[in-house]
Structures are given as C-alpha cells and as structure tokens.
Design a protein around this ligand. Structure first.
Ligand code: TXA
Ligand code: MG
Length: 328
C-alpha cells in the first residue's frame, strides 16, 4: 500500500470516504497526530491495533467535534463531566466515562468505559464532522515509539501501512492529552498532560493524580506499557553535574551524545553537543517528541535534563522517564 500525505478540502473528503469504508487515516490534532477509524467499527479498530502493533489491552480514545456529540458515545455525561468539557474543550483533555453499547469492546479493549476527547484543531474537527461518526484514534506511532507531532513523523512509522495522512502542520501542544477518569466517585488523572491537576481542581476540587497503585492500573492500561522509545539510548541527568558525568562517560566509550535541555540550561553547556528546546516547559512539551525524533538520527545517545520544575514539566517527564534508562 502506498501512503500519501495530503491537505485541503479534497483530501478531507477522501479521508472521510476511507473512514466510511472502515479504513484508517492519520490526522493532526493539537496534541499529537492520531491514527483514526470509526469508533463504531470493529474492523477499523482491528486495523488500528494491527498497524500500530498495539497491545490488545490498551483502549482507544474516541474523538468528537463538539460537546453535543458526546452522547454518541455515552449516556452518562455527569455534572462533573460537563464542567470539565465546558472548561477545557475543545482541548488536550480526554474524559473517561461509561460507554454506550454501540461502542465495540474492540475499541475500548474490553472495558465498559470510553475515553472521549474534542481536539482543538480545525482540520481534526472538520475531518470528524465529515466522517459523521466519532473517530477512535491512538497516537499515530508504532507502539512503544515516540508520538508523532507532524505528518512526516507519522510517515516514518506508518509508511506502507495506511493509505492517507492528513497534513495539518506541527502539533502545538506536543504531548498527548491529559486522561481524566470520571468512572468512579473520585476523579483521577490517569495520564498527566498540559491540563494539570491544579487546573482541573478549579472545577473538580476532589480530583487527584493517579498514584501508580491500586485498581486504577487495570483502568489505565496505557500507563503500564513501555512507551515513547527513541532508537538510541536516552538517560535523564538530574543535575548539571550528572549531565556532565554522563556526557563524559559516553565520550570515553566512543559514543556521541547530545544534551536536551531548556534554552537556559543548554546555554550553560558551551563546547558540548547541547540543544535548547524551549524557554519554558510548555515550549519543551511542544518540542520534546519532535526533537527526540530528530536527534535519534544524528547521535548515539540522548541525555535530557530533569524538566520537572512545574506541573507541565512533570507531564513531560512522565513521557521521558518511561522512554529512558534509570536517571542519575
Ligand atoms: O492526545 C491524545 O490523547 C492523542 C490524540 C490522537 O488525541 N491520543 C492518544 O492516544 O494519546 P493513545 O492511544 O496513544 O493513548 C490513550 C491513553 C492510553 O494511556 C489509554 O490506556 C488511555 O488513554 N485510555 C483510553 N481509553 C481509556 C479508558 N476507557 N479507560 C482508561 N484509560 C483509557
Ligand atoms: Mg500513544
């Protein structure tokens, strides 16, 4: 199969036609690119899992274009859910609610809940509207690889496996949506993102972060699998001294490393291979996956600083830590 990258009205129509015929299409969102199929189609779900090589127990997030379409996926839009969607949608948040029967278990990996998201991206919403059904879509990378934030990055992983990639430019957020479960009494953030606990607490005062223990692990399969792996070794240096130590060790072994840091920290590493990927952690989030995809092609090892200086930085580190060896 040949894979085309396209944009414009005709491409959107072609994409919607493919979806109606239970095929799958990659499309842009503000977080990362998604690999989409009809959320009501068992065949499409199977194609998504196959193209990604995704573990069968990891459910797909379903995307709609507006709040009034959420009831296509669930009958239980609770007050809490409304508050969250009203406050943060369209945007980088997915809300897990009890699913309707029409959503096949193949989409939700056997769970009776469904993750629902309204992307803040015009092309994404136009695409979903043209399809006329909610779009189930994981990130459009091969399973365990870095999430793609451009059409070209999707092509690296999906070339020959899907017919079409809609090109909507670079994703502005850069890391995946916050996943919030409202299935139980207590709202729990299953995956952190740039919509943070502090922000969610303004509408859900009893919201908490998933603590990595207990039954939620079953409800959050994606947090258990290895993820986001670059092709070369990635390691976190928790201090400038640790970064220098790691760097010199690599050099001694004939390995060519690169340091990935904020612009300020990178500027302190004169004479080293070092790249600044932002002035603040929102910029770091925007650039992290993109930079790792670029740097894995040019260097033998990647050393990142610890970006966890605020909640957004912690969300970035949620991805980086799972892609890396142990930090020092
Ligand atoms: O920003 C995003 O969320 C992107 C774009 C394409 O929308 N999508 C994305 O999908 O990151 P994916 O499949 O790579 O990650 C989905 C995460 C996984 O950790 C999965 O376990 C969790 O959401 N998830 C989905 N449905 C769930 C459910 N019903 N219950 C609990 N967790 C769920
Ligand atoms: Mg993913």
């Amino acid at each position: 199969m040949q894979t085309f990258i396209k944009k414009g009205k005709e491409a959107l129509k072609e994409a919607a036609e493919l979806i109606k015929n239970e095929n799958i299409v990659a499309f842009p969102t503000e977080t990362v690119y998604g690999l989409g199929g009809s959320a009501f189609s068992v065949n499409s779900a199977r194609k998504i899992f196959e193209a990604k090589g995704r573990p069968a127990d990891n459910p797909l997030i379903c995307h709609v274009s507006k709040i009034s379409d959420i009831n296509m996926l669930t009958d239980t839009v609770t007050d809490s859910a409304y508050k969250v969607f009203e406050a943060f949608s369209p945007g980088p948040i997915s809300v897990v609610l009890k699913k309707k029967d029409i959503v096949p278990l193949e989409v939700t990996a056997g769970l009776d809940s469904v993750g629902i998201r309204i992307p803040n991206h015009d092309m994404a919403r136009e695409f979903i509207d043209l399809c006329g059904v909610p779009i189930a879509a994981p990130s459009a990378n091969k399973s365990s690889r870095l999430s793609p934030t451009s059409a070209e990055a999707v092509l690296e992983d999906m070339n020959g496996l899907i017919p079409l990639i809609l090109d909507g430019g670079s994703s502005s957020v850069g890391i995946e949506s916050t996943v919030l479960s409202l299935v139980n009494d207590k709202p729990i953030i299953l995956r952190p993102g740039i919509i943070t606990l502090k922000m969610l607490s303004t509408v859900l005062p009893n919201c908490t972060n998933y603590n990595g223990k207990g039954d939620e692990i079953k409800a959050s399969p994606g947090t258990r699998h290895r993820h986001y792996k670059p092709l070369v070794e990635l390691v976190v240096g928790r201090s400038n001294d640790a970064i220098t130590f790691l760097y010199n060790n690599y050099k001694m072994l004939g390995i060519n490393p690169i340091i990935v840091a904020t612009n300020r920290v990178a500027a302190g590493f004169k004479g080293y291979n070092a790249v600044g990927i932002g002035d603040n952690n929102n910029e770091v989030a925007r650039n992290i996956f993109k930079s790792l995809r670029e740097l894995e092609k040019k260097y033998d090892a990647i050393i990142t600083q610890d970006f966890a200086t605020d909640e957004v930085g912690e969300s970035v580190m949620n991805r980086v830590n799972r892609a890396s060896k142990d930090a020092i």
